[in-house]
Write a new protein. Structure first.
Length: 335
């Protein structure tokens, strides 16, 4: 076996373990484009065609777009040369490498599966709205629905939004004031949960780094589908749903006072919230750099704070927990 083949096999093994960097992935793509070893492509022809036809991707990342373009070129080349045709009575010693190469090709598509995708034949592009640390952002969608994004939140809006459907994806925290349309349900997808509007305004909090994901209804109704549990729940006004991503626990409660939308007024609200999540929230809102020493992670905090001064907020946290602070460079250490 020549050195080049060993190198390619090594890259294939790395790719299958999801360990390839961008440059290594490009080397694999170039090899797939240039190799003439297509004797056994027919072995996975049907599976490959099925996956290629099913998956359509888009991204705002320049590098991923380039890789997507490379794969498209490769597919067109493969079709043009009829490389999928069955060739009999040939030496099959390279079957493994061909199957692995096709696995890489399919893997490239599936590996991008975390991006938004469409089952249509037409590639759909997305506009990404971002609220950075320390800011909130308000936008109005083409259907008239109004969205308010909390700090460090993103909304992905397809360019065909409100054409046949009204589906979008988000991370972070967003308050939705939906213009109801029975013929076009408003659907929000976030980290394994799907929230469908039934004529309402509601809040979705779903930061990837937080333990809990929550939905809180202000008016109307929503239906929440928790995908990994095959569970569907309906929420009415002032009902609050919490899904713990670590243990799968689902809690639904009726609120006497709905304080979960207070962030839109600049108010911090915590309800038996783990101290680590409290610190993350403060850092998002104030664009600060608070650091919690690990021996204090079991603390929880409840209460509201509407003071916009970071120093006052930190003092309130220390008062409630007994923690102290010290400064190290630009960081505030809580211990």
């Amino acid at each position: 076996m020549v050195i080049q083949e060993l190198h390619i096999i090594n890259l294939l093994q790395k790719y299958l373990k999801n360990q390839c960097n961008e440059e290594e992935l490009r080397i694999l793509l170039e090899w797939l484009k240039s190799t003439e070893d297509y004797k056994s492509f027919d072995v996975v022809d049907e599976a490959l065609r099925t996956e290629v036809e099913k998956m359509v991707f888009t991204s705002d990342d320049k590098h991923l777009k380039e890789l997507h373009a490379e794969v498209s070129v490769l597919l067109e080349k493969a079709r043009a040369k009829e490389l999928f045709a069955l060739k009999k009575n040939r030496n099959n010693r390279n079957i493994w490498s061909v199957v692995a190469a096709v696995a890489v090709l399919i893997g490239i598509f599936w590996g991008m599966g975390h991006l938004l995708h469409s089952k249509s034949d037409k590639v759909v592009s997305y506009k990404v709205i971002v609220a950075l640390r320390g800011e909130r952002k308000v936008l109005t969608l083409p259907d008239g629905s109004r969205l308010t994004l909390n700090s460090e939140s993103k909304v992905y809006i397809p360019d065909n939004f409100n054409v046949k459907n009204r589906s979008l994806k988000m991370t972070g925290e967003v308050f939705f004031q939906v213009t109801h349309n029975e013929k076009k349900p408003f659907v929000v997808m976030s980290n394994g949960a799907v929230v469908e509007d039934l004529g309402t305004s509601f809040n979705v909090k779903s930061y990837k780094e937080d333990e809990d994901m929550s939905v809180t209804v202000s008016t109307g109704k929503v239906r929440v589908n928790i995908q990994n549990q095959d569970l569907q729940l309906a929420l009415s006004p002032n009902e609050h749903l919490i899904v713990n991503r670590k243990n799968g626990a689902v809690t639904k409660e009726k609120l006497s006072d709905n304080n979960y939308n207070e962030w839109m007024k600049g108010v911090l609200y915590f309800n038996n919230t783990p101290i680590e999540e409290v610190i993350r929230t403060i850092n998002r809102v104030y664009n600060s750099d608070l650091v919690l020493e690990k021996n204090n992670v079991d603390m929880k905090i409840s209460g509201k704070h509407d003071n916009k001064n970071l120093h006052a907020v930190v003092e309130a946290v220390c008062f409630a927990t007994g923690l102290k602070t010290r400064k190290e460079n630009n960081k505030i250490i809580l211990y």
